[in-house]
Design a protein around this ligand. Structure first.
Ligand code: CUA
Length: 318
């Protein structure tokens, strides 16, 4: 498998449309470089072979001395330029909107430095929110409405889709469609502050049934705590974390930080920064500022027992 951000390896229809154009322009550029380098080399050799002639004093005039070659050169360069222009227009028109009625619509809000993802639905009760991990069914065009939460960011899933800016006060449309199931890495591609590089996300493409199962799981409220430790953990989360984070089905109802309702089901935390495991979750709670400096999550300095209670509860959030 190629690297996660390899855009020369298209896995969706949108990326597939752009890829041949990329190869064509690359090919033309290389040919042009080679031709010019060769002509230059021939010219230099000829000049050396005739040492008495001062090149600067040779007039470029009609009827001789190479003016015809300049005209031919212009014509030759106009052809690939024209082809590239027309092809670009056609490709742009083709990728500008989903090829069919979108099977799924997402509202993605880019924030310093994470992605808020809202699954739209006809029924209000089917709408839910998650963060940094986007599941989509394969073979279905997905419309992405992009919102800017603070500064300008850019939504980019190299293998599936081109870049689209997320601008505050504006809604930009993007779309993607995955041909094959898989995990496709996405990355913010507009410099947006200190942690721009740590503003990643993942698109998980899966067969329709798997997607439906995932969606049903995400729609459910958070599981109830059963042990004393989990209950104490929930109470800490409601009283402290709940000032910024939300956990559906509990008193933690804020929306300014990533939704935690099914946190344990995600593969990464902190927008693709760390693998999601107990050690990293605990480290993140206590030391978010060292792990991702200047992000909005303050270090918590919870006493040991409270920390293990919180982790016991977070583990439940599958
Ligand atoms: Cu967000 Cu770069």
């Amino acid at each position: 498998m190629s690297s996660p951000l390899a855009y020369l390896d298209a896995a969706g229809q949108r990326a597939q449309t752009i890829l041949p154009l990329t190869w064509f322009t690359l090919f033309v550029s290389v040919v042009v470089c080679v031709v010019i380098a060769t002509l230059l080399w021939i010219g230099v050799r000829r000049a050396r072979a005739a040492p008495g002639v001062d090149i600067a004093s040779v007039p470029v005039s009609r009827g001789g001395n190479g003016l015809r070659w300049i005209t031919i050169g212009l014509l030759i360069s106009a052809v690939p330029l024209l082809i590239t222009l027309v092809w670009t227009m056609v490709a742009l028109a083709k990728v500008s909107g989903p090829p069919a009625h979108p099977g799924l619509t997402l509202d993605v809000t880019a924030r310093q430095w994470w992605w808020d993802v809202r699954y739209d639905a006809e029924q209000a009760s089917d709408i839910f929110e998650t963060a940094n991990e986007i599941h989509i069914p394969t073979g279905v065009p997905v419309l992405v409405r992009l919102h800017g939460g603070d500064v300008i960011h850019s939504f980019w899933v190299p293998k599936l889709s081109g870049k689209t800016d997320a601008i505050p006060g504006q809604t930009n449309l993007s779309w993607m469609e995955a041909r094959e199931p898989g995990r496709y890495r996405g990355q913010c591609s507009e410099y947006c502050g200190d942690q721009h590089a740590n503003m990643a996300f993942e698109v998980v493409a899966e067969p329709q049934e798997d997607f439906e199962r995932w969606r049903a799981g995400q729609l459910a409220p958070a599981p109830q705590p059963t042990t004393e430790s989990e209950r104490r953990g929930l109470s800490v989360i409601e009283n402290r974390c709940g000032l910024c984070h939300g956990v559906r089905g509990t008193r933690a109802g804020a929306v300014s930080a990533p939704d935690l309702t099914h946190l344990a089901s995600r593969k990464m935390i902190a927008a693709g920064t760390l693998p999601n495991n107990p050690g990293n979750r605990v480290a993140w709670i206590q030391n978010a500022q060292q792990l991702k400096p200047r992000n909005l999550m303050p270090n918590q300095y919870l006493p040991g027992e409270q920390l293990s209670d919180v982790e016991a509860y977070l583990e439940l959030l599958k």
